[in-house]
Design a protein around this ligand. Structure first.
Ligand code: NAD
Length: 416
């Protein structure tokens, strides 16, 4: 799957939903393409005194439901097609959690691991100088993504405000709290994922307080999932976790907070006391109730899907399950909580950040939590109901919910 052009995959997923929904040809064609896209050539003065030229992108996929929203990815492999695909997925993600935003995405082809802080700051400011006239709280609002950070968001906001000579904190989200960032953004993705696991468990009558769970990938999403699963669901036994170096397991259970501490201190999960090693592929096939793929795309494929024993698969990662695997999991009665619904907690709290910035009034963590819970629970309910009614797998059901909402907005505007 990862070898296919990601934008072609995104278009194929839409095509399947469009067929199932009987979408009219004009709306279908409109939703297959970004409505607007920009490419920028960015000269940046490097520390050695030479100027390097970077290539940047911003795609505003569809703004029918509101200003476009989506992260900025800085990656050596970044291409316009990755950005287009991610912008399409942002459109469906915002729609499935019913936040009044469209989808967008941006990026720069670069390797931030080889850049100094000064070079990153100059690249951030160059990007904003190029894109500023297309951004704004009523136009398009970027956020962090792979290899971009709250500090980068802070430089970008500062450059935007310098250009316009006004305060515009809502022009970008994922900012540090001291500059108008929101409470709860750090763990929002995992928190949202655990809320949908709670709802899914009710449907299949699984007692989550006694359920076992395993997590593949132990970064931001995976670590918070480990602790929040127990905290929110009032129990549960963590059986195994893994990162890129390998995994560990214990049938009698792993203390989530202790293994997070171990990972932060040693940089790995290996060697955690009281555990035995488990490979990344073995972890996926363990006999657990809930599996959280939280690493990379393409983890569950046609080759291993038949061996998955979990009752619920909560995709915190983007694209962990191939289309072939999806069909197998569905046939085997496994409830998959698809990525753009399961990991939508992050963009939902980004939206809350934008709202707070606009009002210049800030919510407590309790307010954020309550609002996030409601959005995630409603999204799950809409998708699950569609799954039952249309007799389709969860990912297709999520697409059907999202595409219906975006198509309705396009129609009401008179675009199609
Ligand atoms: P991260 O970089 O913090 O963590 C990734 C983790 O995956 C690391 O522990 C890494 O060691 C591990 N990993 C890498 N390759 C692996 C492999 N082959 N097997 C097992 N583990 C491996 O990233 P993150 O922010 O936690 O994101 C993880 C996934 O969740 C990505 O797909 C990302 O797109 C998705 N996601 C994250 C957020 C968010 O808010 N953080 C929001 C939406 C989606």
């Amino acid at each position: 799957m990862s070898e296919m052009n990601p934008f072609k995959i995104a278009q194929q997923q839409l095509d399947e939903a469009a067929r199932k929904l009987g979408l009219d040809p004009a709306t279908h064609e409109l939703l297959r393409w970004p409505m607007r896209e920009y490419r920028f050539t960015l000269p940046v003065k490097m520390d050695n005194g030479q100027t390097r030229i970077f290539h940047g992108y911003r795609v505003q996929y569809n703004a029918a439901r509101g200003p476009t929203k989506g992260g900025l990815r800085w990656h050596p492999d970044e291409t316009i097609d990755t950005v287009r695909a991610l912008a399409a997925w942002m459109t469906w993600k915002c729609a499935v959690v019913n936040i009044p935003l469209g989808g967008g995405k941006g990026g720069v082809t670069c390797n931030p691991k080889e850049m100094s802080e000064g070079e990153k700051e100059r690249l951030s400011r160059a990007y904003i100088r190029a894109v500023a006239r297309e951004l704004g709280v009523h136009r398009d609002v970027p956020a962090p993504d792979v290899y971009t950070t709250p500090q980068i968001m802070a430089w970008m906001m500062d450059e935007f405000e310098a250009i316009y000579g006004e305060s515009h904190p809502g022009v970008i989200t994922g900012k540090p709290i001291a500059l108008g960032g929101s409470e709860g953004r750090g763990d929002a993705t995992a928190r949202g994922g655990v809320y949908v696991v709670r709802e899914a468990a009710k449907k299949i009558k699984l007692d989550v307080s006694k359920a076992s769970y395993a997590i593949q990938g132990f970064g931001n999403a995976g670590q918070f999932a480990a602790t929040l699963h127990r905290e929110i669901l009032g129990g549960g036994k963590l059986i195994a976790v893994s990162d890129s170096r390998g995994g560990v397991m214990s049938k009698s259970g792993i203390d989530p907070s202790a293994i997070v501490k171990h990972k932060l201190e040693t940089g790995k999960v290996e060697g955690f006391p009281g555990t035995t090693p488990v490979s990344n592929s073995e972890l996926l096939e363990l006999d657990v109730d809930v599996l959280y793929p939280s690493a990379l795309e393409g983890a569950i494929t046609g080759a291993n899907a038949g061996n998955i024993k979990a009752k619920i698969v909560c995709e915190l990662a983007n694209g962990p399950t191939t289309p072939e695997a999806d069909a197998i999991l569905h046939k085997n009665g496994i409830l998959v909580l698809p990525d753009f619904m399961a990991n939508a907690g992050g963009v939902t709290v980004s939206y809350f950040e934008q709202v707070q910035n606009t009002y210049n009034y800030y919510w407590s963590m309790a307010d954020i939590d309550q609002q996030l819970d409601r959005r995630m629970t409603d999204a799950f309910e809409a998708v699950y109901t569609t799954r039952e009614r249309a007799k389709v797998h969860m990912r297709l059901a999520a697409y059907m919910v999202a595409v219906t909402r975006v198509a309705e907005a396009c129609k009401l505007r008179g675009w199609v």
